[in-house]
Design a protein around this ligand. Structure first.
Ligand code: PEP
Ligand code: MN
Length: 371
């Protein structure tokens, strides 16, 4: 059977049994795969944010980042202990001590941890410390590694190769699935194109198409896709709008001094704004964030719930203002065509309950402008 889509025509039009990837094909589980890991569901209703440093540099750096991202609503902690670096002279990660830090901080906060495995021989070691095994872009077609990760008894986060086609990514996932492990998360992390202004080009279309072709959850990595911290928020919102399962984002307390990928790392201080933007996008789709794991420590959870409340207030304020303005526009149009407007008297009622940027004193408005 030819594997090239061009020779074969559009593989979506093939009968499921003709697709070269049967186990991960959408038809194998039309309802979609939901993966439960440490109290977090990936591929369910909630949008999952995995966040943390590119590389674990020290316990203090990891602690600070992890607490901050958890308090803003990230539910999975990311961090590299074994780093694949283009230059052999670059910082290649702390190795085992880094894994131990990830395990300890993840446990303390009650967050599942995702970290990369580079060597098939390390799959067991990484699985002993982390909840999700990441296979990086450079290793997407390292078949021995795919098989070792597939056998390690943990969910696998499989990132798309730098120049890999959608079909090649799905076939790589099939290698993991063949080990009896269907807990696979696919990640679109940008591909190489002629463009040099960004590190890679985010192929959001691929993320959407993957969602049609496979039952596996798909997430987006806006950090590696752009290489620029300023783009990570907007691209995270785009991913949320496109309906993917979540995003994985690099965050650092001091990006300028990061040992790895500082230019694309969102500062800890900027992360709440990013989460606010994603929350507004999700609200437009009636979709919540994945709730933080029940085991998240109560103080961090309280912080996150309080931030969430403030965010919801800001959203309500915006919506109430928008509603009042829409009512007035309807009145104006009705009077243009000679009908009486009925919204104007109620518009102040919508405005009245909101002051400044807070809704905390908002009493339920009983009169509806369209009643
Ligand atoms: C990473 O997530 O830190 C990483 C190295 O990603 P990628 O494999 O997508 O380059
Ligand atoms: Mn990185």
């Amino acid at each position: 059977m030819p594997l090239e889509s061009k020779e074969r025509g559009d593989s979506q039009e093939l009968a499921p049994t003709d697709a070269p990837y049967t186990r991960v094909h959408r038809s194998a589980r039309p309802e979609g795969t939901r993966i439960r890991v440490g109290g977090v569901e990936i591929g369910g209703e909630g949008f999952v944010v995995a966040a943390g440093p590119c590389a674990v540099e020290s316990r203090a750096q990891l602690d600070r980042t992890a607490r901050a991202v958890a308090a803003s609503g990230a539910s999975v902690l990311r961090g590299g202990a074994f780093k694949p670096r283009t230059s052999p002279y670059a910082f290649r990660g702390l190795g085992r001590p880094g894994l131990e830090m990830l395990r300890d901080v993840g446990r303390e906060l009650g967050m599942p941890v995702v970290t990369e495995v580079l060597d098939p021989g390390d799959a067991g070691l990484v699985a002993d410390h982390a909840d999700i095994l990441q296979i990086g872009a450079r290793n997407m077609q390292n078949y021995a590694l795919l098989e070792a990760a597939g056998r390690a008894g943990r969910p696998v986060l499989l990132k798309r190769g730098l120049s890999a086609t959608i079909e090649e990514l799905l076939l790589a996932a099939e290698y993991v699935a063949l080990q009896g492990n269907l807990d696979i998360i696919l990640c679109e992390r940008g591909i190489r194109t002629f463009e040099t202004a960004t590190r890679n080009t985010l192929d959001l279309g691929a993320a959407v198409l993957l969602g049609e072709r496979t039952h596996l959850p798909v997430i987006v990595d806006p950090s590696h896709a752009s290489g620029r911290a300023s783009m990570v928020g907007p691209l995270s919102m785009a991913a949320a709008a496109a309906g993917v399962a979540g995003v994985i984002v690099e965050v650092h307390p001091d990006p300028r001094h990061a040992l790895c990928d500082g230019a694309q790392s969102v500062a800890v201080s900027e992360f709440p704004a990013l989460m606010g933007g994603v929350a507004s996008t999700l609200a437009g789709r009636g979709r919540p964030f994945s709730t933080p794991s029940a085991s998240l420590d109560p103080e961090t959870r309280l912080e996150w719930e309080t931030e969430r409340l403030k965010g919801l207030d800001r959203m309500l304020v915006r919506l109430a203002r928008e509603r009042a303005a829409a009512g007035l526009r309807i009145d104006a149009l009705q009077s243009k065509i000679g009908r009486p407007g009925r919204n104007a008297p109620d518009a102040p009622a919508w405005q009245e309950g909101i002051r400044g940027d807070s809704c905390s004193h908002l009493k339920p408005v009983t009169t509806s402008p369209t009643d």
